[in-house]
Design a protein around this ligand. Structure first.
Ligand code: NDP
Length: 288
């Protein structure tokens, strides 16, 4: 349950880096498996294919919770109102369940605030059911809440056993904001290369084998039992099913503590303070 009374499924499906040509099939498989929350973004370039999968599924519109994100290049009041129009049209939806700002733009925070004000307008007009943010750190939340009239329903941040951002999670919880974990099974520790991968972690592996489950399933359970939303991504049918098969076991407090203890403090994604229009800005196409 979000802070505005809207229900959002805790476990969802992500499509970052899912190429448009396989997105429809991946989302179709996810909906067939039982996922009812789909997380996309204007910047992922696959909103059209997500919308296509929704229609193919034949599911009633109100049974699927659709979340998308406004990219920083579209920040500003009128720009963000227009970003909604672009996303809604690509998705083929009149109303978006959850619309969030993809990043804070610390060097142009006034644009971030204007973008959020546009989300508030869209919410007041009933065009979005809930609004939120992503990659907001404690200071961004504080600065936003000095002027915002609506508390964000969700803050989507990087959370996996190797980087759990406990401080941000606490700041979210203190304000009634749901923390939604991106890279919830540590995908970023894998596809970014370099260091060790959560999937190969011996402690996670031990807990998994004790339950007859996989490392991914243990990590998803960790999120759910700690009250976070999680949106694992896969393009493979067997993993899409595996990541949803997490409702028949429970981690003990001791196991949750072990997972909490794996935090390395090393961020996988971009440093939020270093996100600038110069470095990350890029045009989000019109829907046409
Ligand atoms: P995830 O933690 O979901 O991991 C996905 C990666 O792990 C993929 O490489 C996938 O490969 C692989 N994988 C999936 N399931 C399994 C499994 N059961 N066993 C082993 N490997 C598996 O990482 P993401 O970064 O994709 O995060 C999930 C979602 O969060 C994104 O899709 C997006 O919606 C959102 N996100 C948001 C960001 C933001 O800034 N707000 C940033 C990053 C992500 P394969 O597909 O081949 O199975």
């Amino acid at each position: 349950m979000l802070n505005n009374g809207i229900e959002m499924p805790a476990l969802g499906f992500g499509v970052f880096q899912t190429p448009p040509e396989v997105t429809t099939e991946a989302v179709r498989a996810a909906l067939e498996t039982g996922y009812r929350l789909i997380d996309t973004a204007a910047a992922y370039g696959n909103e059209r294919e997500v919308g296509h999968a929704l229609r193919l599924s034949g599911l009633p519109r109100d049974e699927v919770f659709v979340e998308t994100k406004v990219w920083i290049s579209d920040f500003g009041y009128s720009e963000t109102l227009h970003a909604f129009e672009k996303s809604a049209k690509k998705l083929g939806l009149e109303r978006i369940d959850l619309l969030i700002l993809h990043q804070a733009l610390p060097s142009r925070f006034e644009l971030t605030l204007e973008a959020y004000r546009a989300l508030e307008t869209l919410h007041a007009e009933g065009r979005v059911r809930a609004i939120g943010v992503s990659n907001f750190m404690e200071d961004h939340l504080s600065a936003l809440l000095e002027v915002a009239s609506l508390i964000p329903a969700v803050n989507q941040i990087e959370v996996h056993p190797y980087f759990s951002q406990v401080g941000v999670q606490k700041a979210d919880a203190a304000r009634g904001i749901v923390t939604q974990a991106w890279s919830p099974i540590g995908g970023i520790t894998s596809y970014r290369g370099g260091g060790s991968r959560t999937f190969d972690d011996p402690a996670i592996g031990q807990i998994a084998s004790d339950h007859g489950k996989t490392a991914a399933q243990v990590m998803i359970r960790w999120h759910l039992q700690q009250g976070r939303s999680a949106i694992p991504k896969s393009v493979r049918a067997e993993r899409i099913a595996e990541n949803f098969d997490v409702f028949d076991f429970e981690l003990s407090t001791a196991e949750l503590d072990i997972l909490d203890g794996l935090d390395t403090g090393v961020r996988g994604g971009p440093e939020p303070e270093e996100v600038t229009l110069e470095a990350f800005g890029r045009e989000i196409a019109e829907a046409v």
